[in-house]
Design a protein around this ligand. Sequence first.
Ligand SMILES: NC(=O)c1ccc[n+]([C@@H]2O[C@H](COP(=O)([O-])OP(=O)(O)OC[C@H]3O[C@@H](n4cnc5c(N)ncnc54)[C@H](OP(=O)(O)O)[C@@H]3O)[C@@H](O)[C@H]2O)c1
Length: 235
Amino acid sequence: MKVFITGTNRGLGLEFVKQYLKRGDQVLATYRNPSNIKHLHTILNSHEDLLSLIQLDVASYESCNHAYREVKSYFDSIDIFINNAGIASGGSATSYTLGGLHTEDIEKVFRINAIAPVLLVEKFLDLIERGNSPRIINITSGLSSITRKNLVFRYSYCASKTALNMFSKLLSLELRDKGIIVIPLHPGHAKTDLGGPYAPLVPKQSISGMIKVIDSLTLEDSGKFFDWQGQELPW
Ligand SMILES: NC(=O)c1ccc[n+]([C@@H]2O[C@H](COP(=O)([O-])OP(=O)(O)OC[C@H]3O[C@@H](n4cnc5c(N)ncnc54)[C@H](OP(=O)(O)O)[C@@H]3O)[C@@H](O)[C@H]2O)c1
C-alpha cells in the first residue's frame, strides 16, 4: 500500500507513520517545518526503502503545489490519503467562545482543519484515482458532532471539524463512481500536544484502531462518520 499522510512530525501523524512502516507499507510522510522533524529523520535511517519525507504546509497553496509535483515525480498513485494535520486554535487567546472570538483564529483553524483537506484531495486526485481500492481519510473529531454537542467548547475547532465532515460527505458522493472511499474518522481522545496529557488513549491505541477501520472499509461505508473503534457516530 502507498500511504500519504499530512502532519507527521509528531502526535497521531507520527504514530501513523510508525505503524504503517512496521507492516511494510510505503509511506509518504509530510511535515510542515523542516527544523522540527528529528523523529522522522531517525525513522528514515532505518526505513530508507519505504519512507519518503515531503515538506507540506497545508495552509499554503504554493507548498501544496510543490508537494504535489514532488510526489508525482516519484509515485504514480496513492492508495490511502490521510488528511491528519490539524490545529486546536489559531491564536494565543485563552477563550475561544463568546467574548473571545477572533477572526484570525477562526480563519486559521478553518483553513487548516477544513479547507486544506478538501483542496489537497482536489490537487492529488489523479494520483488517488490510480490507487488500489483508494480511500481518503479525513481525521475529524467527536467534537464535530452537532447531535452530540452539549458543552460549549472552542467554536472554531468544533465548527471547522463539522465543516470537514460535510466536505467528506460531498467528496464521498462525488467520488463514489470512481470507486474512491471517503470518510471522516474520529481518532478518539489521545495523549498528544493537541489531546493533552490527561487523554484516556495513547497514540498507539488510537492509530492501531484507526488502521483496522481503514483496512475494513468498503464502498458501502463511504460517506459515513466513524470513530477509531469502527463505531458509526451521529452527525
Ligand atoms: N489527539 C486527540 O485527542 C485528537 C482528538 C480528536 C481529533 N484529533 C485530530 O487528530 C489530528 C492530529 O492531531 P494530534 O493530536 O496528533 O495533534 P498534534 O500532536 O498537535 O499534531 C498536529 C500535527 O499537525 C501539523 N500541522 C499543524 N498545522 C499544519 C500546517 N499548516 N501544515 C502541515 N501540518 C500542520 C503539526 O505540525 P507542526 O509540528 O509543524 O506544527 C503536527 O504534525 C488533528 O486533525 C486533530 O484535530 C486529535
